[in-house]
Design a protein around this ligand. Structure first.
Ligand SMILES: NC(=O)c1ccc[n+]([C@@H]2O[C@H](COP(=O)([O-])OP(=O)(O)OC[C@H]3O[C@@H](n4cnc5c(N)ncnc54)[C@H](OP(=O)(O)O)[C@@H]3O)[C@@H](O)[C@H]2O)c1
Length: 362
């Protein structure tokens, strides 16, 4: 498990190599404001090998945030994170390992008959009830999420997940009402609170694509204040003194800055953006798709690029995402270790200050 001692020692070792506010608070520890993502890439042995090198390079060069999910590359990404952690000279207690459950994962490769796989692996053994599924492939019911947490611990080869996200819960809005999704989240949070008490995870969060950055009228909207309130109730139900809901994840880049610009979440002083609400509620925000899933490598809008530090479009895009007020860490997917080096080099520059960041939107 990531510990205060382990992560602060990691900062002592690498902090001087980076710009201002490179390491940021997470719980009682510190994490790098660049995190390594593991979503994209073919589910092959060759890509596994590339990822293993990339993850090892990241860990041994100043990045102590690893982001994965059980369904990424049909569980191969989790397994390769586990191998890299095992093989690296960096101690496990220096690294924030985050994973997610929600999408029913295949096992190593896409099966010939996905429907039969889901039936045999999940429905027939009673892990998932058919009516709990959305799109035939997504579930956030408590029994399923607990099953997925167990499988993730096994894949990652670790005793405790530092941050466990419920993955894209807005997918459930295709199958049930918003109120029913909140109810299901509350039940699942209560289980996660119990698993915190059992030592299987440290904190949990909610990872989203649309839910937190769209307007409240949007069909995929979920309210962050409502989710935070459900997490408090779940903690009480589980007998914990405080909630362990600690983080949100949402896409954030030059072309998807709605987490900063769209005020959709009712706070004490009216509607607030997801990032602003999260910051005030003590939730760490992790930015996904910081490079627009690779597309920003070919350039940023000039008016934004000229305000950012960095030697390439990629570096400027990374510095945009990690400059947003409230963002703890900008996640960048990279299976190429040279990309990891270039991405980390971005962080030798300082991020923009809050006023400079605001002025981009004026
Ligand atoms: N809803 C969710 O929960 C959600 C959704 C999306 C993403 N995420 C998380 O966020 C992470 C980041 O998002 P993402 O991977 O989708 O997109 P991204 O980070 O915006 O882009 C990843 C792509 O950028 C390329 N890249 C990285 N560094 C580069 C460099 N220096 N030069 C050129 N290309 C470079 C990578 O190529 P190589 O692989 O060849 O290095 C990869 O194709 C994911 O990996 C995942 O962990 C979560």
């Amino acid at each position: 498990m990531a510990t205060a001692d382990g992560t602060w020692a990691y900062q002592d070792r690498f902090g001087d190599e980076f710009g201002r506010t490179y390491f940021r608070r997470f719980g009682d520890g510190v994490v790098s404001s660049l995190g390594l993502g593991t979503y994209l890439g073919e589910p092959t042995d060759a890509v596994d090998e590339r990822y293993e090198e990339a993850i090892t390079t990241a860990l041994e060069s100043g990045c102590n945030v690893l982001d994965t999910a059980i369904n990424y590359r049909h569980q191969r990404s989790e397994r390769v994170v586990g191998r890299a952690l095992e093989g690296s000279e960096i101690d496990r207690d220096a690294v924030l390992v985050a994973t997610k459950g929600g999408f029913l994962p295949f096992d190593g490769e896409r099966p010939v008959d996905p429907g039969a796989f889901v039936r045999e692996e999940y429905v027939d053994p009673g892990i998932v009830a058919r009516e709990e599924l959305a799109r035939g492939s997504h579930c956030i019911a408590p029994d399923f999420i607990e099953d997925q947490l167990d499988r993730s611990l096994e894949n990652l080869g670790i005793g405790t997940v530092d941050l466990y996200y419920v993955h894209n819960p807005e997918t459930q809005l295709e199958a049930r009402s918003r109120e029913a999704v909140y109810d299901q989240l509350e039940e699942t949070f209560a289980r996660l609170e119990e698993r915190v008490a059992a030592g299987d995870l440290r904190y949990y969060g909610v990872a989203t694509w649309d839910a937190f950055r769209v307007r409240s009228e949007h069909e995929n909207f979920l309210s962050l204040p409502e989710i935070a309130s459900r997490a408090r109730s779940a903690a009480k139900a589980a007998g914990n003194t405080a909630t362990h809901l600690r983080a949100i994840q949402l896409p954030f880049n030059v072309h998807m800055a709605d987490g900063f610009t769209v005020a959709a979440h009712e706070g004490a002083e009216g509607a607030e953006s997801a990032l602003w609400f999260a910051q005030k509620a003590g939730l760490n925000a992790f930015a996904s798709a910081s490079l627009g899933q690779g597309r920003l490598a070919s350039g940023l809008p000039e008016a934004v690029a000229e305000r950012l530090e960095g030697e390439s479009a990629v570096q400027k895009a990374i510095n945009f995402a990690r400059s947003a007020p409230g963002v703890t860490s900008a996640l960048v997917g990279a299976s190429d270790r040279e990309h990891v080096r270039e991405d980390l080099d971005a962080c030798r520059f300082d991020p923009m200050g809050a006023d400079a960041f605001d002025s981009v939107f004026e």
